[in-house]
Design a binder for this molecule. Sequence first.
Ligand code: UD1
Length: 420
Amino acid sequence: MDSLIVRGGHRLDGTLRASGSKNAALPIMAATLLAQGACHLERIPVLRDIATMLTLLSSLGATVSRAADGAVRIECDQACEVTAPYDLVKTMRASILVLGPLLARHGKAAVSFPGGCAIGSRPVDLHIQALEAMGAAISVEGGYILAEAPHGLVGTDFTFDITTVGGTENAVMAASLANGTTVLRNVAREPEIIDLVQFLRSMGADIAGEGTEMLTIRGVPCLTGGTYSVMPDRIEVGTYLVAAAATGGRVRMTDIDPSVLGVITDKLRSAGASVREGEQWVECEMDGKRPQAVDVTTEPFPGFPTDMQAQFTALNAIAQGEARVTETVFENRLMQAHEMRRMGAHIVIEGNTAIISGQPSLQGAPVMASDLRASASLVIAGLVASGETRIDRIYHIDRGYENIEGNLQSLGADIQRVSG
Ligand code: UD1
């Protein structure tokens, strides 16, 4: 199993191109199940989760291929399988995103129930409720969600009890081919939802309201393939900007509209960074200064993203002052704090809040990644720690960061991947 070895103490300095967004690419790839004709998807990142989704689509009968430039071609005309098996779903929760498209296209689907995972129980009850509201009959048997709508899904008016990104995505995909109009209320407003809607619209779907709390979807009889370029990964970009701030350095990220970063940039400025933005770039510069502690509370978009919480915990661990980092989206998502303590961080957990007293420095130590974003935060901690940090279980990081060690090396970090 691979590990990352980081020798801290180098200020990051340089420029990187933003990868395509994992969290936009996954639902968009699932949505190709709705299309008649091939879909050419550009800017699909090279990641484990993407490979898992490609394997899942192949197992459903799709023809998939990846070109040298990263573009992916998916053709689902012959995709007649309707079962997403346990072995694939257990490795990636986002596999649940094929449920809505399979049901809408074939009138039935069997998707293994995604288990609990390291960041809380993460149920899928709201995905199921939305599809039931569209007329699907859903049961759970042998660990599988069995869904049926033999006469097709029907338009409905459905309100999500709580805001869910995946639930919104499943419902909007399914509603695209339903009979009649569906109104979805209290939907997630994340930029990745907007990207999915724009992709569906490019396939011929009739959807209004993306980026607001209400989506109106007028079902159409069929959708067609086409070419689409996935949005940049705002969480990857945010992670490198935080790494710049933590190390007192400067990093410019290109090929990204900085407005999608929202409050991430505000929080970096509160930490004392100078953040400059251009039409398709954003730069964070710390000029050798130690960051100021900055409080964050995670919320659905446009609030502070839960996927950036761990990275700001690392920043606060070496900041001047005391910070409170509160996680409200997921239970059990402060686990990186325990590993950071092993590196000398002063963090007390009270309920869903980490209270962090910033230290002038951290010390390298062997640590273990527990989930994707926690892994990234440990890399940031390693970059600012004295001595050597060995991060084990980095398969988590490969799920969501393309070539992280190569990118950080190009910014001047001392980081190596070792097998063992
Ligand atoms: C997506 C992102 C993930 C991000 C999260 C929140 C992808 C592939 N993953 O995950 O990186 O951290 O959004 O921004 O895009 N919930 C229920 N019932 C449901 C569905 C969700 O109770 O049926 C709860 C969850 O347990 C959680 C909250 O709703 O507490 C938000 O989860 P959700 O927005 O659905 O996250 P994901 O789509 O799984």
